[in-house]
Design a protein around this ligand. Sequence first.
Ligand SMILES: Nc1nc2c(c(=O)[nH]1)N[C@H]1C(S)=C(S)[C@@H](COP(=O)(O)OP(=O)(O)OC[C@H]3O[C@@H](n4cnc5c(=O)[nH]c(N)nc54)[C@H](O)[C@@H]3O)O[C@H]1N2
Ligand SMILES: Nc1nc2c(c(=O)[nH]1)N[C@H]1C(S)=C(S)[C@@H](COP(=O)(O)OP(=O)(O)OC[C@H]3O[C@@H](n4cnc5c(=O)[nH]c(N)nc54)[C@H](O)[C@@H]3O)O[C@H]1N2
Ligand code: SF4
Ligand SMILES: [Mo]
Length: 571
Amino acid sequence: MNSNKKVACPLDCYDACQAEVLDDNLKGSKENSVTNGKLCVNFASLLKEENLQMPIYNNEKISLDESLEILSQKLKNTDASNSLFYTGSGNLGVMQNSTKNFFTQYGSVLTKGSLCDGGGGLGIEQGRGSVVNPPIQRLIDSDIIIVWGRNFSVTSSHMYNLVKDKTFVTIDPIKTDIAKKSEIHMQINPKTDYELALLLTRFANMQDIEDEEFLEEHTEGSDWFFDITRNRPVVSYEATTGVPLSLINDFFELIENKKISIVVGLGVQKYFEGAQIMRCIDSFASYLGIPKKESGGVWYLSDSAYAYEDQFKVEGKNKKVAIPEVDFSSYDLVFIQGANPVVSSPNTKKVIEGLKNSFVVCFSTTYNDTCEYADLIIPSSSFLSKKDVRLSYGHEHKAISQIIEDANENTISEYDLASYLIENFAFKALKSEDEIIDYYANTKVEYEEFETFEFIEEVDVEPLYKNKTSSNFYLITGKSKNSLNSQFIIDNHVYLNPLSGFKNDDNVKIFSPFGEACFTVKVSDDIKNECAFFYTGNKKTNYLTPNKEDEESFSAMFQEVLIEIELSNTI
Ligand SMILES: Nc1nc2c(c(=O)[nH]1)N[C@H]1C(S)=C(S)[C@@H](COP(=O)(O)OP(=O)(O)OC[C@H]3O[C@@H](n4cnc5c(=O)[nH]c(N)nc54)[C@H](O)[C@@H]3O)O[C@H]1N2
Ligand SMILES: Nc1nc2c(c(=O)[nH]1)N[C@H]1C(S)=C(S)[C@@H](COP(=O)(O)OP(=O)(O)OC[C@H]3O[C@@H](n4cnc5c(=O)[nH]c(N)nc54)[C@H](O)[C@@H]3O)O[C@H]1N2
Ligand code: SF4
Ligand SMILES: [Mo]
């Protein structure tokens, strides 16, 4: 390995770390202030992955050339409008977008919305116009960090390291690692965050700490928003949110005259009205004038490609389907890249049935759960053998990938596969690989403050507690330290509070209106009573989740469901 060559961590994670080759080893780069010389356990696992070595067709190993020929023939013999192009987030480098260019020109059906941050993103966009995080320095310069529905120290461990000495407040139904490190933990009932945001706004007004100048000059609709907060008696929020009013008082004492940041995660928005919920939180922040302060701000999963010109863009009239509602069985050909929908998409039973009824091509680095149902598997080259640039959705630094290892000759990069297919079909060629990479590596994006914030003026959210019976549990999922979504070390337990009546190692069957599955119980005080917690990547959870799009953003709403748990003899 050549010393000082750079490698971007390709994993889907806020931190977007920069690694470099030092003394024949890959180390975290010290020049990148977020990476700060360290890489995480998932990066170590990635280096140990057993990557696919050969393409596979009908369970037989074949050469790369043969696999490309089969793919081309299949594409030529299929009506493009009966094919689906489906990508996930196995590698977040910009070069992953190469193949979308080909499939757009070819005429495949594409997906819209997301399995991840779509609802919350739309809520922020509706208020501020775009989903862009403030510069990371403003987080470092704040005194108090409110961690709202995000497992901050686990899912963005490097960003956390930059601010670990701050005072934290956590709002989460689970006693997460960051909740345990927090001065105040509001162990909120699931899907009541919009109520809490309204309550906090009401208190802010009572304490006279709204930012009148900011509201006057840079916002629209604050009066309407404030009116919504007055619709209910303050005490009524205590029962619905599960947050005692005394904690709200403590909170306002703690934040008085402090520089405040709010880091919001996926937890608040995995619901039908995810956009509205996020917008209520953003509206509370604006009520306090947080966005205009020189220190502090609101962070979410930002649009990492914001203000960049899409280097792969090509006009197309392709049909688009909402990603959680994809019915794989309705296509003659499905091309899946960098994704493991058998574990990651909602309604696993439907996903598997669909894949069984279609010709499935998996383009991935590893043999994942979805490859089980593939007719053709094409190995993607390792990230160590691909040039790339990694933009971040957590902060403004980017990471660069140079080639440090020769690619295995029976694997292919996304750019080379796209170029091969484009040539074969005589479509419009991509820009050169270097031109694309240089553009992303060298374009500097300046942070631009939004001009006007538009408050949410009407809130219409159907709470889950409304239809919840005493035997129902809320379904909660969250990321694990030792896995990256469906990759690496997977924990398949269901975690329950001791008050649930279940015991460690009980085998249970869990039902939802969408499906059923068996799990083994782990009991933990960290889980709020009436919640069932599963780590993301659990192979069974998505048997229980709705394959329906949310209200406005075409995205998944994994937690818009109530479940029942029964003891069972089978597993
Ligand atoms: N180690 C590790 N890091 C990762 C990942 C990983 O798999 N492993 N995945 C990456 C990816 S793809 C993403 S998108 C990010 C996501 O990272 P985060 O934004 O941290 O998202 P989650 O872990 O899904 O959920 C965050 C928290 O929301 C809480 N929560 C659930 N429901 C509610 C609710 O109704 N209200 C509130 N207030 N909280 C709720 C959960 O208990 C959980 O602690 O992390 C990235 N980083
Ligand atoms: N119930 C529930 N479901 C969830 C979530 C949840 O919190 N709860 N989280 C959701 C979220 S936030 C996300 S982002 C999704 C993620 O779900 P997916 O997009 O399915 O991501 P991964 O599970 O990381 O799987 C990615 C696959 O990409 C492949 N891969 C890795 N590197 C490369 C590469 O360089 N090239 C190619 N071609 N392939 C590669 C690997 O083989 C790997 O198996 O899951 C979602 N699903
Ligand atoms: S913290 Fe995230 S970006 Fe950094 S090495 Fe780990 S997985 Fe990669
Ligand atoms: Mo995600």
